[in-house]
Design a protein around this ligand. Structure first.
Ligand code: NCD
Ligand code: ZN
Ligand code: ZN
Length: 348
């Protein structure tokens, strides 16, 4: 297969950032995605429906001059203070689609995240009642737990009890990176799903650490060994509706990545659907891309599938060495290198 026409895809996990960066992140997202679940980890975080509304307006304003726009689907950032009343307001709004749980200190801008998961159970009960999905950065922050084990331990200590206690709560385990996560999600009922990034399908920790350290591959959850990469590929190409596309495109300036203590995050929005096409084609499963990229996420969120279609073709193109991020240089995935697939046309 050297060509594939599919329903316009959506991105169910992206970081657009704010301010001057929005023009760049939104331009890249609007290339081919129909919609995107927008992460709330700004500084300060997006913790209220009111703040989400204002953020959405800034996103839309940044796209005013683009030939096509994508629809931003907003999320709230769960804190120890999130009230059942705010959950109801979010569920009643037509633009907040989920609430995101960051364990405090687990990742970029998560300092305001949740310190005590058990005390949140009343909030989770409200989310279950109002049918508002819980999105999870699934890593423990316990300093005793090795960074490569933090996802697996989070599932055992926190996610399994939540899923057990709230059987009606829709849960997305975001950016899964391990065979353990794929197995857990695979075994749970249909209300539990997972997103998978392109970079976790294309890379493993050897790519990051052998022959020199590549800071632009550093993200959280951190890249794991190749057996986990293979398990993610198997899950993504399985045809199971529990696994769908979430780029976790997470831009940081080159200066913030190439420094003594570099930020976590890989930027993929400039070539996202093309990267997934590479991964699926290499696995001999291009026929499974449409469900993963364009059907299963919409179905899970209870939104209509997109009606337009795009065509991918095997045809290499070059990624620039640098892209702009609000006026600062950013090093994107595959910088100064080639992407094997491109989108040839979009149409009805
Ligand atoms: N994935 C990352 O490595 N970084 C994300 C945060 C996140 O999704 O955990 C970011 O906001 O930079
Ligand atoms: Zn995360
Ligand atoms: Zn993320």
């Amino acid at each position: 297969m050297t060509e594939l026409t599919l329903t316009r895809p959506d991105d169910w996990h992206v970081h657009l950032r704010d301010g001057a960066a929005l023009a760049d992140t939104c331009r890249d997202m609007a290339r081919y995605f129909g919609r995107a679940i927008v992460m709330p980890n700004l500084t300060p975080p997006v913790t209220t429906v009111e703040a989400a509304s204002a953020y959405r307006e800034r996103i839309l304003a940044s796209m005013a001059d683009l030939p096509r726009q994508f629809e931003p689907l907003m999320t709230l950032y769960l804190t120890d203070q999130t009230s059942a009343e705010e959950v109801r307001r979010a569920a009643d709004s037509d633009f907040v689609h989920a609430i995101k749980l960051y364990p405090a200190g687990a990742t970029t801008n998560s300092a305001a995240g949740v310190a005590d998961l058990d005390s949140l159970y009343p909030t989770l009960a409200a989310m279950e009642k109002h049918d508002l999905p819980l999105l999870v950065h699934g890593e423990v922050t316990d300093p005793a737990i090795d960074i490569f084990d933090r996802e697996k331990v989070f599932i055992e200590r926190h996610l399994a009890p939540i899923v057990q206690r709230f059987p009606g709560l829709r849960v997305v385990l975001e950016h899964i990176t391990t065979a353990d996560a794929a197995a857990f999600v695979g075994e749970t009922p249909a209300n539990v799903a997972a997103t998978i990034t392109a970079h976790h399908l294309l890379l493993n920790r050897n790519d990051m650490l052998v022959g020199g350290i590549r800071p632009h591959y550093y993200c959280l959850p951190i890249l794991k060994r190749n057996t986990h990469q293979q398990a993610l590929l198997a899950a993504a190409t399985s045809g199971s509706p529990k696994f769908f596309l979430g780029t976790d495109s997470a831009p940081h300036t080159r200066a913030a990545k190439e420094t003594d203590c570099g930020c976590a995050g890989v930027y993929t929005a400039h070539a996202a659907i093309e990267f997934y096409a590479e991964a699926f084609a290499a696995a001999g499963a291009l026929d499974k891309l449409e469900g993963f990229a364009a059907h299963f996420g919409a179905d899970f969120y209870g939104l209509p599938r997109n009606s337009e279609r795009i065509t991918l073709e095997q045809s290499p193109w070059d990624v620039p060495a640098q892209l702009p991020l609000g006026g600062q240089p950013l090093t994107p995935l595959r910088a100064a290198d080639t992407v094997a697939w491109r989108v040839r046309e979009t149409g009805a």
